[in-house]
Ligand binder design. Structure first.
Ligand SMILES: *Cc1c(COP(=O)(O)O)cnc(C)c1O
Ligand code: SF4
Length: 338
């Protein structure tokens, strides 16, 4: 199917018609190496292949090193064991009290409403996280509400995941209404990769839900490469901006995908064309199966210095790492100069 036809499809149809078979993905991209396929089949047994067709359309046919493909194609290197790469690098299981809730940062409260994602990113730190046991049921709202009532310093709720934008508009609207009923909650932040992989998720109903909320809405999308941001995707992001929603982007620094300054600079410029501001550039979490995306400290420093030199300050994402138990994301650059 060509791009134009996808643009006419409802997002839920697209979400129910994902590519999950490695052989199909490679065939769509006219790639035939046997070792790629056998590795992909093995690695997908641990963390399934899952990618929307609209995202596959953005990949370069015939290029086994396409930066979008590398993010989603299971690889035999994922099966290797490496010291220091573990299943729960952020120790999130320990921070869990009420199902679906993570309250590690003082003013911000993270709520996971679904374990599902539209795409499975091979580097994801949540690839081993046991979501299903950990989602709030309808009855849990009362516990969340009671907890929030005891924490008046919380002014922001972050919907994270999984990916909250795999939820229906109806379900999102219900949770937004619940959060609006708590007067000290002023800001709703949504972290999602769906607008990048299925841009049609940004439909009129979604925009109208956000527009009619009393909460200040921030959408943090997740894009790692300028090729993810075709004109149609940028147009959708601009629609949000034009409706008074602040849109930010976070990326992960990934070997083979975006590990050079030019690529990151181009990403920032492209985001800005859609009026999206770069927010975070995450260093990879040391999750088991993602070691082949890892970069050493010197290389990271070198890349980031060049990014700083080439961009105006407002287009430089903050380089951060998440360290288990810390009260905030840890900035990795510039602090030592104090
Ligand atoms: C990243 C994160 C947040 C948000 O942190 P910001 O620095 O405000 O983006 C909140 N809670 C948890 C548990 C997080 O991991
Ligand atoms: S949580 Fe985000 S990074 Fe992880 S698989 Fe889902 S979309 Fe990808």
């Amino acid at each position: 199917m060509n791009n134009l036809l996808y643009q006419e499809q409802n997002w839920q149809t697209q979400l129910s018609d994902l590519v999950t078979d490695p052989a199909e993905l490679l065939a769509l991209l006219k790639l035939s190496p046997q070792d790629l396929l056998s590795g992909a089949i093995l690695a997908s047994e641990q963390f399934k292949l899952r990618v929307p067709r609209d995202f596959v359309n953005k990949m370069q046919v015939g290029n086994p090193l396409d930066p979008l493909l590398l993010q989603v194609l299971p690889h035999h290197l994922e099966l290797e064991e490496h010291e220091g790469f573990v299943t729960d690098p952020l120790d999130e299981e320990a921070a869990n009290q009420i199902p679906g809730v993570l309250h590690k940062y003082k003013s911000r409260f993270l709520l996971t409403l679904t374990g599902a994602c539209a795409v499975h990113c091979r580097y994801c730190f949540r690839r081993h996280f046991p979501y299903q046991e950990n989602l709030p049921k309808n009855d849990d709202w009362i516990n969340i509400q009671n907890y929030l009532a005891t924490q008046p310093q919380i002014n922001e709720v972050i919907l994270s995941g999984g990916d909250p934008l795999t939820l229906t508009n109806r379900k999102l609207a219900l949770w937004i209404e619940r959060l609006e009923s708590i007067s000290h909650i002023k800001i709703l932040r949504i972290h999602s990769r769906v607008p990048i992989v299925i841009p049609n998720r940004i439909d009129d109903e979604f925009i109208s839900i956000l527009k009619n909320s009393r909460l200040r809405i921030i959408l943090v999308v997740h894009s790692n490469h300028a090729l993810e941001l075709d004109d149609y995707t940028c147009q959708k992001l601009l629609t949000l901006v034009n409706n008074n929603i602040l849109v930010l982007n976070q990326s992960v620094l990934l070997k083979g995908v975006n590990d050079d300054a030019d690529t990151l600079v181009e990403l920032s410029h492209r985001l800005f064309e859609a009026q999206v501001l770069p927010y975070y550039l995450h260093v990879l979490d040391k999750v088991k199966g993602a070691q082949h995306f890892d970069l050493n400290k010197n290389k990271i420093e070198d890349i980031y210095k060049n990014v700083l030199a080439d961009l105006p300050g407002y287009l430089v994402p903050k380089l951060v790492r998440e360290i288990a138990g810390e009260q905030n994301k840890t900035p990795l650059f510039g602090v030592a100069a104090f």
